[in-house]
Write a protein that binds this ligand. Sequence first.
Ligand code: 7PM
Length: 293
Amino acid sequence: MKITCGSRTVDLSGPKIMGVLNVTPDSFFDGGKHYQSSAQQSLTLDSAIRSAEQMVAQGAAFVDVGGESTRPGASPVSVQQECDRVLPVVEALAARVDAVISVDTSTPLVMVESSKLGAGLINDVRALEREGALSAAISTELPICLMHMQGSPRSMQDNPAYDQVVDDVKVYLSQRIACVQKAAAGLGKPAPQIILDPGFGFGKTDEHNLALLRGLPLLLKPGVPLLVGLSRKSMIGRLLGRNVENRLPGSLALAMLAVQNGARIVRVHDVAETLDVIKILELTLIGEQVNGA
Ligand code: 7PM
């Protein structure tokens, strides 16, 4: 299975890594390392580029650039702020790095402008539910990652509840695919390639997250790759009693399980380490192939 991300194609017959590049002032791990206030814009742009180049050198097939913190309780960003944070980075990276630049956004203008600057994938934790996002994303003709979230970042961890978490997520994502297809037809545009993501930690208890990890194979649809983001998430902190600096082993174990259960894109902070784990998994499964063709 291949996806076409603007000028690049990515072969997803095996698992691929997406490196996380935060350009927010309050990123929960890097403390806003790559955030650009206008005063130090070029300095931080430089450090963001270096980080992305390192992730690509380590084997990331995608670099996911995000300018909105979706941390519970994080302050909302204006469209202008998000554009200021994200667009210069997307432009610089698309011109320089040998990887697909993904843009982690729910904001229609950011989707459209990023695509003009060379982004190759739209990653929306709100699954294009924001007003104007469906048509904006479809107009770019880029692949779209639709993620499940219950509630909004502000309140999603208050009291997440499901009937059957795996079924509920599956139904929601299927409905979002149908919405995208219908909207594309209405706009006279090709139906975009879709990637699905159960949204670990987005309105889920630890039990919900673990049920989704076990049930990941049930979310597989022919021709629709699964993406997972588990790297350094607070679930690892709670399950193992680890602060955010000490979640790498837990993250690696979860990445391996996710790929075994069908994930084709793993969104991570630690590219080199995750790739080692995935290579071992692939070598172990030679002749069997990781999750079929
Ligand atoms: C603070 C809290 C900062 C949470 C960042 C986060 C995902 C994503 C994020 C994911 C997809 C993080 C999250 N997580 N996009 N964006 N899937 N598709 O832990 O799981 O990186 S932001």
